[in-house]
Design a binder for this molecule. Structure first.
Ligand SMILES: [Zn+2]
Length: 317
């Protein structure tokens, strides 16, 4: 036994501490995060009004480095833009009027939306499009307002962030009116059939996938799209559509190999912070792992590709 003087003991203790710290660092590196981009989260929703800081911090901790805040009305687009100024480099916004809200269109509000869309933090025009599923606005009104968005996107040379529900043919027909002039197009939160996806892809459009993956019970929908390899990795982006589209990884119809692909880390974020009532961007790693499992690819590969696509598509720095 060697008697140590106080100084040596201190040095040893300090070395030990720093060893433990290094080990922890290494452990953390082992579990190193994906780098992900959530291209659609409704962070202006009042469900986040009390703890947005924590929501964004959790997203970052889970690996979501950048989030695009969806603008679905003039007021919402203004608020989304305001958030980008509070979290520069992390949040980006879109400016648009959701088809549900097409009836709210006025010439004055459109002038305001145009101004919002011109800001550099606003990286896409939308969300816009057609939703014949619920027809909260008259289809005729929806088509008119959608055309306005397309013209604006062309004018500003910004990508279009498109929403479509039960309106595939009309949506495609309207977009085709502008063929040759169209900017990049993202069909966000895709929930349609393989056939629909294929015709979007044939037009060079990007497809955005969400936790809807867990809900899809059809034989011809989103899951098949991934299993068959119909959707190439270079046209895919991922999004949470938070607070909606909670990815229910406990869904009984989810194949075993997909459930097995979920890591403890992503499940911790999902189960600790997200619910059916309030999904959060930190659920994105779980979505990416499921997408990867369905595609029979590594989640790291899906993470890398989708982030690269999002950066390229929306010009994120
Ligand atoms: Zn939508």
């Amino acid at each position: 036994m060697i008697a140590l003087d106080a100084k040596s003991r201190e040095t040893m203790a300090a070395n030990l501490d720093s060893n433990i710290e290094n080990n922890n660092d290494n452990m953390e590196k082992c579990y190193e995060n994906y780098i992900l981009i959530d291209v659609g989260a409704n962070l202006t929703n009042k469900k986040y009004s009390r703890d947005l800081d924590s929501v964004i911090q959790r997203a970052k901790d889970s690996g979501v480095q950048k989030i695009m805040v969806t603008g679905t009305s003039v007021k919402g687009s203004k608020e989304a833009l305001r958030l980008t100024r509070i979290y520069p480099g992390t949040l980006y916004s879109t400016a648009g009027i959701h088809p549900h809200d097409a009836k709210s269109y006025t010439d004055e509000s459109w002038t305001e939306l145009k101004m919002l869309a011109q800001n550099p933090e606003c990286v896409a025009v939308g969300e816009c499009g057609l939703d014949y599923n619920r027809n909260f606005s008259e289809p005729e009104e929806q088509r008119k307002v959608f055309r306005k968005h397309i013209e604006l996107a062309i004018e500003l040379k910004k990508p279009l962030f498109v929403h479509e529900r039960d309106a595939h043919e009309d949506l495609l027909a309207i977009l085709n009116e502008f063929k040759g002039k169209l900017p990049s197009v993202l069909v966000h939160c895709f929930t349609g059939s393989c056939e629909n996806a294929l015709s979007y892809l044939n037009n060079g459009f990007y497809i955005g996938l969400t936790g809807y993956l867990c809900k899809d019970k059809s034989d011809t929908g989103v899951r098949k799209l991934l299993v068959d390899g119909t959707i190439p990795l270079d046209k895919l982006v991922v999004e949470t559509d938070a607070p909606f589209m909670y990815p229910n990884t406990r869904a009984s119809k989810l194949p075993t190999h997909v459930k097995d692909g979920l890591t403890e880390r992503s499940m911790t974020f999902l189960h600790r912070y997200c619910t059916f009532q309030r999904n959060e961007p930190c659920s994105l790693p779980a979505i990416v792992e499921m997408v990867a499992a369905f595609m029979n690819k590594k989640p790291e590969e899906v993470a890398l590709s989708t982030s690269f696509n999002a950066m390229k598509l929306f010009g994120l720095s």
